[in-house]
Design a binder for this molecule. Structure first.
Ligand code: ZN
Length: 269
């Protein structure tokens, strides 16, 4: 079993083999792996015992996840498992006419593709990067081989799937029962939790799709929140100006999802 320092070197070496990366990105990656405690921001990877980290480590490749990148499409076979490190990914259910609605938002508490990977299945959903981020990616075949060797990794598969399912269940109820205004507050807070910041870069089209409302409706709601002093809204950018006020106006789903996430992550520790 590699020592933590050797393991960190392996990851660093692999990160450097990625093609067409700028010097700036390489520096960022080097900083990420220089200290083993900072290598992984993904909450599942962070709490894994050293043995399991060593099982996965050599196969994990650091990837940037730019806004707009598709990580899964319905009907397509899942070829990678991705441990999200930063940013935010939306899971979307799409309809025949091309419309789509968000069924979960995923961040550093999430692992994308685990169940499909084990079952050798196709994806049922679209996974779209909404907020620039990064992650650790590995081939499903490597992931499957590692899971076969470790009870803890099998537990990880179960828990991460349970967490994504819990997020989807809550979002389904939210979409059906809560107002677009309260859902927008929920969405903004969920992004804030993922990016640790108050400025969210996104397009109005994205927002309309997320909330399953028309674009003018998004504008009206966002203007209302701005008039109430909760956010500043300009084309392509939301700045949170009253975090506590947003928490108050958001629906209960924000806290429900936070609580479920905490409980499920505690199971792995
Ligand atoms: Zn809700």
């Amino acid at each position: 079993m590699p020592s933590p320092s050797k393991f960190a070197r392996v990851v660093l070496l692999e990160s450097r083999t990625g093609s067409q990366r700028s010097n700036e990105k390489k520096t960022k990656e080097a900083a990420l792996v220089a200290d083993d405690t900072k290598v992984y921001k993904n909450l599942f990877l962070k709490v894994l015992p050293e043995r399991e980290r060593a099982l996965l480590g050599p196969s994990l490749q650091f990837v940037e996840l730019p806004q707009g990148e598709l990580l899964a499409e319905p009907g397509k076979r899942v070829s990678d498992v991705t441990f999200l490190d930063a940013g935010m990914v939306s899971l979307l259910t799409t309809m025949q006419d091309g419309t789509a609605i968000e069924i979960a938002t995923l961040g550093r508490e999430s692992v994308l593709g685990v169940l499909s990977a084990l079952g050798n299945h196709q994806s049922n959903v679209r996974a779209l990067v909404q907020i620039d981020g990064a992650g650790w990616k590995m081939r499903v075949t490597d992931f499957r081989a590692a899971v076969e060797k470790s009870r803890t990794l099998r537990h990880l598969v179960l828990l991460s799937s349970e967490l994504t399912l819990a997020q989807m269940q809550q979002t389904a109820a939210c979409n059906a029962l809560h107002s677009a205004e309260r859902r927008l507050c929920r969405w903004i807070l969920q992004v804030r939790d993922r990016i640790d910041g108050d400025v969210i870069e996104l397009t109005q089209d994205f927002l309309a799709q997320m909330l399953a409302v028309r674009r003018p409706t998004v504008t009206l709601i966002a203007q209302g929140l701005q008039n109430a002093g909760l956010i500043r809204y300009r084309r392509g950018r939301i700045t949170i100006t009253d975090h506590a006020g947003l928490e108050k106006l958001a629906c209960e789903c924000v806290e429900e999802i936070r609580t479920k996430t905490r409980h499920i992550l505690n199971e792995l520790q």
